[in-house]
Write a protein that binds this ligand. Structure first.
Ligand SMILES: Nc1ncnc2c1ncn2[C@@H]1O[C@H](COP(=O)(O)OP(=O)(O)OP(=O)(O)O)[C@@H](O)[C@H]1O
Ligand SMILES: [Mg+2]
Length: 256
């Protein structure tokens, strides 16, 4: 089914090493519009490095990255962000000593392709507040516009980083360990907003996560990395019965 559609993201034989450490070895997989795909693997398997090669922070040693079947391997990170590749980080990254308003406006401005300052002159997207309200209803918390972003609890900052990215109307979003540091309720709301992004906004969602319960519940397909090698790519049922995956994870569950 998925094979008949055009992937929004395609990795083709990606290789990357740091010195002697191989973090990607001929890695090939796709993300489709409206699909939630998991990227899992033990610590140090190369998951974050893979996201960095998709968003353009790192370049692959060899292999190509395609966005909507257009080769973007040599494009810089800001060009990829403008094309519609959004991302969040293992630790949320915001403007320092800045309000929630400023941080969220940055996201919306990226999507509107209007200058940041234009927000102050009333040229914000007319849908901005409506979209934001819908997202905050899903996340079940509120904030004051003028709050310093770093005064918010860690979990809320992590969720707001996803909101900021979604406000830019990405075509694909890369989410690195979004559940780490969140309480159970926040994890529930996190899954709701990622599902909304995929199903309502038709965004391709690539999510790295150590919580297998969450990955199995959330993802339609899952790619598994081990020492930079893609050892499996399939549905949750296929992944949980795959012997190579079971071996890679054996004895590691307690660590994660
Ligand atoms: N800039 C870098 N320079 C040198 N080595 C690096 C660099 N970035 C990552 N590595 C190494 O590449 C390997 C893969 O790291 P990566 O952060 O991609 O793992 P990961 O799968 O995201 O792990 P985790 O689950 O712990 O976040 C690790 O051995 C790491 O030390
Ligand atoms: Mg990582």
């Amino acid at each position: 089914m998925a094979e008949n559609r055009t992937p929004i993201l395609r990795l083709d034989k990606i290789c990357k090493s740091f010195g002697g450490v191989v973090t990607a070895k001929d890695v090939t997989f796709c993300v489709y519009p409206g699909e939630i795909k998991g990227l899992i693997g033990p610590n140090g398997a190369g998951k974050t490095t893979m996201m960095n090669m998709i968003s353009g922070i790192y370049t692959a040693d060899s292999g190509d990255v395609y966005f909507n079947e257009k080769k973007i391997t040599d494009k810089p990170d800001y060009a990829r962000a403008r094309m519609g590749i959004g991302r969040t980080f293992q630790t949320p990254r915001f403007l320092q000593r800045s309000s929630v308003r400023d941080n969220l406006m940055i996201g919306a401005d990226l999507g509107n392709k209007i200058g940041y300052l234009s927000g102050f002159f009333g040229r914000k997207s007319t849908n901005f507040y409506q979209e934001l309200k819908e997202m905050m209803d899903i996340l079940h918390f509120s904030f004051n516009w003028d709050d310093d972003i770093n005064s918010l609890p860690f979990g809320q900052r992590k969720l707001l980083e996803i909101v900021r990215s979604l406000l830019s109307h990405p075509k694909v979003i890369l989410v690195d360990e979004p559940a780490a540091g969140l309480n159970n309720k926040e994890i529930e709301y996190l899954m709701d907003i990622l599902r909304m992004a995929a199903k309502k906004m038709n965004i391709g969602v690539l999510v790295i996560e150590h919580s297998m319960d969450m990955i199995m519940d959330l993802c339609e397909t899952i790619a598994v990395l081990n020492f930079g090698e893609l050892i499996a790519d399939g549905t949750p049922a296929e992944i949980s019965n795959n012997t190579a995956v079971i071996e890679a994870y054996l004895g590691r569950e307690d660590d994660d």
